[in-house]
Design a protein. Structure first.
Length: 516
């Protein structure tokens, strides 16, 4: 394993300094920055435009206990059940009990949540939830509306500066812990700081079929791993059961929110059979790992290329009002809602594992924090409950910020580090891109929703071969470094999957290539 991913000499680099460097401009990154002490100078490094984050794409909403009919214990229990016995109960308690006050913070910041006819917050229900407790904005555009509004607040803060199209390469350390970061905005730069918050998102681009944007490669996880931080539950990859098959899909698959089934949609095979009816007591509202596996098994059994989401139980007017984003995409794809069903296929959607943290987002490396999808405090266990992810970003980002605030102002360190890569340069970007696509195909085939021991062994061998080849080469280009990060995370994931000997939640391994 390389300690650093590129050659550099800090004495020759342009230098920036700050009290806190936040990596990622999704919900977790923005919310962290907004809760820092205004005296803290904060830089936010965003590798792409704000609309390329998973937060921006999030449809379903935010789960929280907001009325007397619901109860904390119910939300806690639903989360524990979905997590299949692997949740850290303390993390779940924090999430649920601090959830309402964070929703109130968004209301105070005038996030435009949808309302019912009486003016109260409109609440939906999704798979695994016992009550209607999912608040949403713009019908099915909660992530977009929330992220958009928070970015405006960030722009108004004098202590926060956004570094657009800036990628984290590596975390620098000294005897005290975090000392800075190497970033790339077209040229290498050094950011001197004692506090780095990784809010760098998920790993979806490791898979051929994903709802994530192409920037979701786990590079924050890879950088933390190189710096010595621990990872946890890396085998826990969640596949969303209903990603839409459409000619308009470019790279990522369009997500059909679980909220659609929460409003009564039914999964069917091409013969019209409602195959979830006898598969689970909650039928189409079963936890998404169970629904995903049932779809995969049914596709294997029938030979169908996709399944159908029957939305005929809803009126066209209701569907267009409740799900305007989905309605628009279906219309542009040539589907007449609600007369025709939506063709769907499972796709990688979320990552429950990541950088190991405590309940304040602290990693084992002093000064390094992680929050959101790249982090793992045990909250989700073996399977994330629908719409807990945006709530996680709110609750734990605020806790990270408060933890940093409690340490006062820490002057950025002075450091001098030089690292030279040895060996020939990696192959051409064209060849690197071919290897990247081969890795994505391999992960989809051998490390998907249903895995086999033999398939994981094949994946492990191929990843080790690719890793070994790249490890001894210099990585002068963005694409070469991207592949190295992807291989780092893929190796952590596959190794963890091979080490867990029992099926639980999203981790499901069979002895034979047999889906049913």
């Amino acid at each position: 394993m390389k300690r650093y991913i590129t050659s550099f000499d800090t004495d020759t680099l342009e230098q920036l300094s700050c009290d806190v460097l936040v990596v990622g401009a999704g919900l977790a990154g923005l919310y962290t920055a907004l809760h820092l002490n205004p005296r803290q100078v904060c830089l936010i490094a965003a590798k792409a435009d704000i609309d390329k984050s998973n937060s921006w794409l999030a449809q379903g909403g935010i789960a929280a206990v907001l009325n007397e009919e619901d109860a904390f214990e119910s939300h806690i229990n639903d989360t524990l059940v979905a997590g299949a016995g692997l949740c850290n109960r303390a993390a779940v308690e924090v999430l649920v009990r601090e959830g309402p006050e964070n929703i109130q913070q968004l209301l105070d910041w005038q996030i435009p949540f949808d309302r019912d006819e009486q003016g109260a917050l409109a609440a939906g229900r999704e798979g695994g939830h016992s009550f209607r407790r999912i608040v949403h904005s713009g019908g099915d555009a909660t992530g977009l509306e929330t992220t958009k509004h928070l970015s405006r607040y960030v722009a108004q803060r004098d202590n926060i500066r956004l570094l657009w199209r800036t990628t984290l390469l590596d975390i620098l350390t000294d005897e005290q812990g975090v000392a800075g970061a190497l970033v790339d905005d077209g040229q290498l730069k050094l950011v001197r700081t004692r506090h780095i918050v990784l809010a760098s998102g998920g790993i979806g681009y490791l898979y051929r079929y994903t709802t994530n944007p192409d920037g979701a490669i786990g590079d924050g996880i890879a950088a933390a791993h190189r710096a010595g931080a621990e990872t946890e539950n890396m085998e826990m990859v969640q596949f969303h059961p209903t990603a839409m098959i459409s000619p308009l899909n470019q790279g990522r698959l369009f997500l059909i929110s679980e909220a659609v089934r929460g409003e009564g949609a039914v999964l069917r095979n091409l013969a019209g059979e409602a195959f979830m009816a006898n598969a689970h007591p909650m039928k189409d509202l079963a936890p998404r790992d169970i629904v995903t596996r049932e779809i995969v098994k049914n596709l294997e059994k029938t030979g169908d290329p996709y399944a159908l989401l029957d939305v005929s139980g809803m009126t066209r007017e209701f569907f267009f009002h409740r799900f305007p984003t989905i309605s628009d995409f279906c219309a542009r794809s040539g589907i007449r809602l609600t007369e025709e069903p939506i063709p769907i296929h499972p796709a990688q959607h979320y990552f429950m594992g990541g950088i190991k943290t405590d309940l304040d987002g602290r990693t084992g490396l002093p000064g390094l924090y992680a929050v959101g999808e790249c982090a793992c405090n045990g909250l989700h266990g073996a399977n994330r409950l629908a719409s807990n992810s945006m709530l996680e970003c709110l609750v734990y980002s605020r806790r990270v910020a408060r933890c940093i605030n409690g340490q006062g102002i820490t002057p950025p360190p002075t450091l001098s580090v030089r690292h030279s890569e040895t060996g020939e340069a990696a192959e051409s970007d064209e060849r690197i891109n071919e290897q990247m696509q081969s890795l994505r195909t391999l992960m989809s085939k051998e490390a998907g929703a249903i895995k086999t021991k033999a398939g994981l062994a094949r994946a492990s061998g191929e990843i080790d071969r690719m890793f070994s080849e790249l490890h001894h080469r210099a990585l002068p280009t963005k694409q070469a470094r991207k592949l190295y990060n992807m291989l780092t995370v893929a190796k952590l994931l596959v190794d963890a999957a091979r080490q867990r000997d029992k099926n639980v939640g999203a981790h499901y391994v069979v002895d034979q290539q047999q889906m049913y």
